[in-house]
Design a protein around this ligand. Structure first.
Ligand code: NAD
Length: 419
């Protein structure tokens, strides 16, 4: 069962633990414990049945010491300030790890997109964008997609913001449709980045990907692209799940035909998929399977203490943000299970977003090969800094990742004369 732990407390525990290992006094990094700004917007939306409903949205701007705020927008019934705050902080660390000139932010609207029509979704998106419009800007704060938001939602955000400004402003969001300033390769970048991290850690651990088994929780943007890329690299994907359930096949799922099924499913779910040797399992079973790689690619707090004690995965590559609780992390470390942390593993998304933003500001378009080559370069060099730091400090990759991030952030804070 998902833990109810406050994800911001989880983030603070991780940050303080890393600072301790790096011998960093609290005065040096105290600003990172607090978001710079937090906003709540309440806005009325006309529903299809003619009624009016008031929705609540958030935008948290955690830190801007290294550049404009950057972070996705989530639409989900569980969205709340604590979650958005934690996700914003993780963006700050992520951008520092991949060394791109952005700070961290996150946004969200508490709503259930599975119960909304496209028109209602569009009206919510537009009203939320107008609500946060005075706070964002192409050189101030640049939103992007996250859970339950996609290129279409970004298209509506870009249009609403452009109307507000009275001019076309494609660089206000990343992850837009290609035809209105989006970048080739952005949609796939997070999942591809996750796969590159699997490849790099496999090299370090002497695992042959052609012999490797993988289980993936979540089959949305990130999980499905990771499945497709890893399948292409020769891995056997034995299990995947989404909100409709989990599927297991000992000999490996036929990922291309599963992707086709999901594409044609009205709600883009894995339910109803059939293949020889397929078994339906539950979420807990998926998370505790004996596999080489477990990839949580859904929501936070999924790897609880129980899961950490029972999982038989060799390596966990965190595609989702905050999927492992602090306590579970300690158990995994004690059990010798390697975790490639979220702030490194899923940083391919924001890296490609940075490339999209650069293209928009320069009125240029890159081909997909150029984006992929630059993405790979950034992801591999970031992996190496994190892996080597963890080795040097004799600590976990999560602590290594935080140490890389904090040292860059503290350096920038010092150089700007703020400490
Ligand atoms: P998405 O909405 O496209 O997909 C989420 C998937 O998780 C869906 O398949 C959904 O059915 C599934 N899911 C939700 N709850 C579940 C549960 N309890 N058990 C099993 N499956 C469940 O979202 P996404 O963009 O793929 O994001 C997934 C994760 O990756 C999130 O944590 C997000 O913050 C993170 N992330 C996304 C990006 C990006 O570029 N989209 C970048 C970095 C990190």
């Amino acid at each position: 069962m998902k833990s109810n732990k406050n994800p911001y407390d989880n983030m603070l525990e991780q940050l303080d633990a890393a600072a301790k290992i790096a011998d960093l006094p609290i005065e040096e990094y105290i600003t990172l414990r607090y978001p710079e700004r937090e906003f709540t917007v309440n806005f009325p939306v006309e529903m299809d049945d003619g009624s009016t409903q008031v929705f609540t949205g958030y935008r948290v701007q955690h830190n801007s010491i290294r550049g404009p705020y950057k972070g996705g927008v989530r639409f989900h019934p569980d969205v709340n300030m604590d979650e958005v705050r934690a996700l914003a902080a993780w963006m700050t660390f992520k951008c520092a790890i991949v060394d791109i000139p952005f700070g961290g932010a996150k946004g969200g609207v508490t709503c259930d997109p599975s119960r909304l029509s496209q028109k209602e979704l569009e009206r919510i998106t537009r009203a939320y964008t107008v609500g946060i419009a005075p706070l964002i800007g192409p050189e101030v704060d640049i939103p992007a997609p996250d859970v339950n938001t996609n290129a279409q939602v970004m298209g509506w955000m870009m249009d609403s913001y452009s109307t507000y400004r009275g001019q076309n402003v494609p660089s206000i969001v990343t992850g837009k449709p290609i035809s209105i300033g989006g970048s080739l390769g952005r949609r796939e970048a997070t999942g591809k980045g996750v796969s590159l991290m699997v490849r790099e850690i496999a090299k370090e651990k002497g695992i042959d990907l052609k012999e490797a088994t993988v289980a993936i929780q979540g089959f949305g943007n990130v999980g499905s692209v990771a499945a497709e890329t890893l399948y292409g690299m020769g891995c056997t994907i034995v299990a995947v799940s989404d909100i409709s359930g989990a599927l297991y096949c000992q000999n490996g799922l036929d990922i291309p035909s599963l992707l086709q099924h999901v594409d044609s499913h009205p709600k883009h779910l894995i339910e109803g998929y059939t293949q020889e040797g397929l078994e339906c399992i539950d979420n807990h079973m998926l998370l505790t399977l004996k596999v080489d790689f477990l990839i949580p690619a859904a929501l936070e707090n999924q790897i609880t203490e129980d899961v950490a004690r029972e999982t038989k995965a060799r390596i966990i590559v965190e595609a989702a943000n905050g999927p492992t609780t602090f306590e579970a992390d300690n158990i995994l470390e004690d059990r010798g299970i390697t975790v490639v942390p979220d702030i490194l593993a899923n940083a391919g998304g924001v890296t490609a977003s940075y490339f999209e933003w650069v293209q928009n500001l320069q009125y240029l378009t890159w081909d997909e090969e150029k984006l992929d080559a630059n993405l790979e370069k950034k992801m591999v060099s970031s992996f190496q800094s994190v892996y080597n730091t963890a080795k040097e400090k004799n600590t976990s990759m999560r602590m290594g990742a935080y140490i890389v991030a904090i040292s860059r952030l503290v350096e920038a804070t010092r150089l700007r004369g703020k400490i």
